[in-house]
Design a protein around this ligand. Structure first.
Ligand SMILES: *[C@@H]1O[C@H](CO)[C@@H](O)[C@H](O)[C@H]1NC(C)=O
Ligand SMILES: *[C@@H]1O[C@H](CO)[C@@H](O)[C@H](O)[C@H]1NC(C)=O
Ligand SMILES: *[C@@H]1O[C@H](CO)[C@@H](O)[C@H](O)[C@H]1NC(C)=O
Length: 412
């Protein structure tokens, strides 16, 4: 698809999308899963087990370390917060040892720090880790979440039939709506259907969910990040137009600052996720993250690309011999010329930076008044460049150079 058709399809996109007033830009926050998994051993590992204390600590650090001030907002609990059995009345019970104060108290704690609170459940009989799911109790669970003042619900899809999900995920979304408490609704509906060989009905998904997973769980490795990048590039014609304010594709958590990514690779994950207008959910130990990784997560210019109000998911516009170029239209717009964020990605591993030279015109930047171009990681200002200007960047192996070209409205 050439870029003109792409822009036209964006301008004329009509969708009957979920409008609960939430997630108008991709949600940002912290989610426990990738880093802390299902560690329930608070006896031997009290500082890292899934417990109210862990979430309180991360809440405090999100505020104290400056993450909240650049937009990270949700503190999200993932799997393994529950007792194995419901109460005799059929209610969900948080683990009595690890969440002794209960979920409402934790939610209040998060709110008292000016943040929002998210929780995890599963559409099926059990959560992926084997705790009680919602099937048969959908209405009760929705009401319980509302009573706990939950702001965000991630609904997984283990122990359920993918064929039932069109009905199940939509109904639970309606039940959340009927509680009257606005809750971001994160669905795993498409990914389970895709794995089962069912083509998801994305117009239905957009009508009911604020975000949804399309592909594998992220793991703590560069190869996992690469697989996700390839999936989103290879399937962009099918999925990228589904994203927009209130409804997003979710390529899964940021693993920046953990064990598996180098500094270059961490910059790459952040750059590509922002091009994809992805939710920015960190899953990292905020107590021990190294400063250079923290700086990536706090990069305001790249966050601004992710959070751009137009909400257009970017695309891979070039891929050849290990070099990729990714592009995202952003504001401001002059006539029909967008501004753009551009990520140059070097997938090669031959040990020396690769040069990429390209004219702005070749990147689809055609405004004759030009663009103010800056580097978003290096604080290099290229000044005003025109469609025929050739730019040359040096991209480190498995790394990225990220630029933004802001459209000019006149020659001055
Ligand atoms: C869920 O549990 C019910 C009742 O035991 C059972 O009939 C159903 O097959 C289960 N569903 C799945 C997907 O395992
Ligand atoms: C419920 O849905 C209606 C119609 O889409 C919407 O206007 C409203 O904000 C929603 N309310 C909540 C609590 O999600
Ligand atoms: C997909 O969902 C939409 C909206 O819910 C519905 O109108 C349409 O019939 C569905 N399409 C298919 C092929 O099931």
């Amino acid at each position: 698809m050439n870029s003109l058709i792409w822009i036209i399809s964006i301008l004329f996109r009509i969708c009957n999308c979920l409008d609960n007033g939430l997630a108008r830009t991709p949600p940002m926050g912290w989610l426990s899963w990738e880093r802390f998994r299902c560690n329930t051993d608070c006896t031997n590992d009290p500082d890292n087990c899934i417990s109210e204390q862990l979430f309180q600590t991360m809440t405090d650090l999100l505020v104290a370390e400056g993450y909240a001030s650049v937009g990270y907002e949700y503190i999200n609990v993932d799997d393994c917060w529950l007792e194995r059995n419901r109460s005799p009345e059929g209610n969900l019970v948080p683990d009595r040892k690890r969440f002794p104060s209960g979920i409402k108290a934790l939610s209040d704690y998060v709110h008292s720090r000016g943040l929002k609170f998210g929780i995890y459940e599963d559409y099926g009989n059990y959560t992926c880790a084997g705790y009680p799911g919602i099937i048969g109790y959908e209405k009760e669970v929705a009401l319980q979440f509302a009573e706990w003042d939950v702001d965000y619900v991630k609904l997984d899809g283990c122990y359920a039939l993918p064929i039932d999900m069109d009905k199940g995920y939509s109904e639970f979304g309606n039940l959340l709506n009927r509680t009257g408490k606005p809750m971001v609704y994160s669905c795993s509906w498409p990914v389970y259907q895709i794995y089962a060989g069912i083509q998801p009905n994305f117009s239905a998904v957009q009508t009911h969910c604020n975000l949804w997973r399309n592909y594998d769980d992220i793991q703590d490795s560069w190869s996992s990040v690469e697989n996700i990048i390839d999936y989103y590039g290879n399937n962009q014609d099918i999925i990228s137009a589904n994203a927009g304010p209130g409804h997003w594709n979710d390529p899964d958590m940021l693993i920046i600052g953990n064990f598996g990514l180098s500094y270059e690779q961490a910059k790459t994950q952040f750059a590509i996720w922002s091009i994809l207008a992805a939710p920015l959910l960190m899953s990292v130990d905020l107590r021990t993250i190294r400063p250079e990784f923290k700086q990536i997560l706090l990069n305001r210019k790249i966050i601004e690309v992710d959070q751009d109000g137009l909400g257009i998911q970017g695309r891979r516009i070039y891929k050849h011999r290990g070099i990729e170029i990714w592009s995202k239209p952003v504001g401001p717009i002059y006539k029909n010329f967008y501004s753009y964020a551009i990520a140059f990605l070097n997938r090669r591993t031959d040990g020396t930076p690769s040069d990429i030279s390209v004219t702005l015109k070749e990147l689809g930047l055609l405004n004759t008044y030009g663009y103010r171009v800056e580097d978003l990681y290096e604080n290099v200002d290229y000044g005003i460049l025109y469609p025929n200007t050739k730019i040359k960047v040096k991209v480190n192996p498995t790394g990225v150079v990220m630029l933004k070209g802001k459209v000019k409205f006149s020659y001055n």
